[in-house]
Design a protein. Structure first.
Length: 115
């Protein structure tokens, strides 16, 4: 089982990034997927989530209207489009898959928002 994130990097405030997470080793289309983030000295927090078929999403209040989560079950991929980025969005972003009684995490990708 693997979840591998990519797409992080350094971006200026107001900029955009698109994170990707590719899954393998499990039935991706049966799993709800989500993105979490963890900033230095802070607890890991939920950013966005999407149901297994992609029909429903939810977001942390801090990112509503700026971030969009989506998935492509044919490609075993989940995405996080991040627009209007702010310095407070700086964190390691993690992909998480949740099935029946099981949870998988990726290794994370660093996002740094700074001028």
């Amino acid at each position: 089982v693997q979840l591998v994130e990519s797409g992080g990097g350094l971006v200026q405030p107001g900029g955009s990034l698109r994170l990707s997470c590719v899954a393998s080793g499990f039935t991706f289309s049966s799993y709800a997927m989500s993105w979490y983030r963890q900033a230095p000295g802070k607890e890991r927090e939920l950013v966005a989530a999407i149901t297994s078929a992609g029909g429903s999403t939810n977001y942390a209040n801090s990112v509503k209207g700026r971030f969009t989560v989506s998935r492509d079950n044919a490609k075993n991929m989940v995405y996080l489009q991040m627009n209007s980025l702010k310095p407070e969005d700086t964190a390691v972003y993690y992909c998480k898959g949740r099935g029946t009684g099981v949870v998988y995490w990726g290794q994370g990708t660093q996002v740094t928002v700074s001028s």
